[in-house]
Design a protein around this ligand. Structure first.
Ligand code: NAP
Length: 259
């Protein structure tokens, strides 16, 4: 049966990111894995990166491929500038461009400030904040050349409100918010939007690592009385990569915990 123009338009409406090439850092687990799936479901060609979890990212690849999505895996430690340069070059060589960057990779090394070591401070800064610099620096020239780009970085409620035992993590997540607004100003006239998402407490391995009584206390304070899901964070990312007139913003996905 011949495909009518109407049918072609209908297909594209169902897959609004068809033709777009996206990088999601830290797509092997948790929030990043879900963002990769959602972008692929919406038609994007997704390059998902991992650092230490090759098996987990293969599981993500299997799900996306079974759903008919387009997914490529590349190993890259975002804390290493050369890795992110290699990542961007490989994506451009293979797919011709980079339209979307999701800076998701992140770690915690929680300790009260009195006890935190220089190594624990540096490790979190290197992945969570320098990683955002490295990946963004690697892709921005390609976005500027094509006058189009969507950059979304995963910050945190902790960057807005602070958290006991997380000076290192909070500094990186607040840093992402300042970075986002400044880069948004620099690129607003070049077709590039730069935004952040601030999740509250989301059910992933990162949160599972928290002591149960601490987590129970947090959930009791969440107006919605539950943890968020990675899919709920991915919804906000999906909105931001499609929004043309939204830049320099931070969308909170936190069940009302911080307003
Ligand atoms: P997660 O389950 O621990 O997953 C972390 C992801 O980051 C993994 O895919 C991991 O890859 C990757 N990663 C870690 N270090 C990396 C490095 N050096 N280079 C490249 N990738 C690296 O964490 P999550 O809960 O999904 O968190 C994802 C993001 O959301 C983080 O930025 C986190 O700070 C933020 N966030 C989470 C919550 C929450 O409640 N869960 C709340 C607010 C913000 P490998 O396993 O392959 O190493």
């Amino acid at each position: 049966m011949a495909t009518t123009v109407f049918e072609v338009e209908k297909v594209n409406a169902l897959k609004p990111l068809e033709g777009k090439v996206a990088i999601v850092t830290g797509a092997s687990r948790g929030i990043g894995a879900e963002i990769a799936k959602v972008l692929a479901r919406n038609g994007a060609t997704v390059v998902g990166t991992y650092n230490n979890s090759p098996k987990h990212i293969q599981d993500v690849a299997k799900v996306i491929e079974e759903e008919g999505g387009k997914f490529r895996v590349i190993q890259a430690d975002v804390a290493k500038f050369d890795d992110t340069e290699r990542l961007a070059s490989e994506v451009v060589e293979n797919f011709g461009k980079i339209d979307i960057l999701i800076n998701n990779a992140g770690i915690t090394k929680d300790r009260t400030f009195r006890k935190i070591s220089k190594e624990e401070w540096d490790a979190v800064i290197n992945v969570n904040l320098n990683g955002v610099f490295n990946a963004t620096k690697a892709v921005i020239k390609h976005m500027l050349d094509q006058n189009y780009g969507r950059i979304v970085s995963i910050s945190s409620i902790v960057g807005q409100a602070g958290a006991f035992g997380q000076t290192n993590y909070a500094a990186t997540k607040a840093g992402i918010l300042g970075f986002t607004k400044s880069l948004a100003l620099e690129t607003a006239s070049k077709g590039i939007t730069v935004n952040a998402v601030c999740p509250g407490y989301i059910a992933t391995e990162m949160v599972a690592a928290m002591p149960k009584e601490v987590l129970d206390n947090i959930i009791a304070k969440v107006p919605m009385k539950r943890l968020g899901t990675p899919a709920e964070v991915a919804q906000a990312v999906l909105f931001l990569v499609q929004a043309d007139y939204v830049t320099g913003q931070a969308i909170a996905v936190n069940g009302g915990l911080y307003m």
